[in-house]
Design a protein around this ligand. Structure first.
Ligand SMILES: Nc1ncnc2c1ncn2[C@@H]1O[C@H](COP(=O)(O)OP(=O)(O)O)[C@@H](O)[C@H]1O
Ligand SMILES: [Mg+2]
Length: 260
């Protein structure tokens, strides 16, 4: 029930795709912006519409080390903001700068990972994370390790596939294997999504189409009517992908309960 989006060094559309899935997720959702380079989710789609007093830093300052995981998870709700477009979605804004990212310790990421894992039980919300680029051993690796599913976001181009191959290698090192990892192919390019997944040796989780107008709303706060958004190729594809992801995580958690 914890789904994480990440990428290699190019900017294939992690934040845009996270927003697309968040706005179409079929159940209540907690989104956390965990990009170490500085969070783009609020300064992007919600630019100028939300204050920046709540978020990862304020949560980690309040969630003391000795706080039980369930309490730390419940506290996430207090440091989240409601997304105006979709009231059933809460967002934990990310770090304001890469300098803040540097001060967020591995231990803090570990506590956040445990709290996000607990989100369905404590808050009744699935969790979705923008993990940004996986280009060093710094970052929200504990969150990636805790994920039920990691979507490695990639464009169907040689440059982006190279970057994703590098990220996949890091994921294998940090997670031990790639069992939870699959490819999310974004936009148009010279290769098919199937070819991209094959080059990465990963299962294909889904495809989000090239749709600049809708992407500009999600990544940079451009304006578009609600109707035009709902009808757009990107949001229609996201609706179907979010539905499949939410259903499969539900099935895997049922299986986990049955397995004891
Ligand atoms: N499906 C898409 N179709 C067209 N453009 C997209 C799509 N997804 C993202 N983009 C554009 O690509 C750029 C980078 O997106 P962003 O989500 O910020 O990438 P990342 O988070 O990986 O750095 C933005 O200008 C965004 O509007
Ligand atoms: Mg981003």
């Amino acid at each position: 029930m914890l789904t994480v989006l990440a990428s290699g060094k190019a900017a294939p559309g992690v934040t845009t795709s996270t927003w697309a899935l968040a706005l179409t997720w079929p159940r209540p959702l907690l989104v956390a912006d965990c990009d170490l380079a500085g969070g783009d989710m609020v300064p992007g789609m919600l630019a100028g519409r939300l204050g920046v007093d709540r978020g990862l830093l304020s949560w980690s300052a309040s969630a003391r080390h000795d706080l039980p995981v369930a309490a730390a998870a419940a506290l996430l709700a207090e440091h989240a903001v409601q997304v105006p477009e979709r009231p059933q979605v809460s967002l934990i804004p990310g770090l304001a700068t890469s300098t803040q990212g540097g001060s967020f310790t591995n231990r803090a990421w570990g506590r956040l990972a445990a709290a996000l894992e607990e989100s369905p039980a404590s808050l009744g919300r699935d969790a979705l994370v923008d993990a940004g680029r996986l280009v060093s051993d710094r970052g929200c690796w504990p969150v990636l390790r805790a994920a039920d599913r990691v979507l490695l976001t990639v464009r169907p181009s040689v440059r982006s596939v190279h970057a994703a191959q590098d990220a996949a290698q890091r994921l294998r090192q940090e997670l031990g294997d790639l069992a939870a990892v699959s490819a999310l192919v974004v936009g148009a390019g010279p290769y098919s999504a199937g070819e991209v997944a094959k080059a990465l040796d990963l299962p294909l989780a889904g495809v989000l189409p090239e749709d600049r107008g809708t992407a500009a709303v999600l990544s940079d706060g451009a304006r578009l009517s609600t109707k035009a958004m709902q009808r757009s190729a990107l949001m229609r594809a996201a609706t179907s992908l979010a539905g499949r992801l939410a259903a499969s995580t539900e099935r895997s958690s049922e299986a986990a309960v049955v397995a004891g």
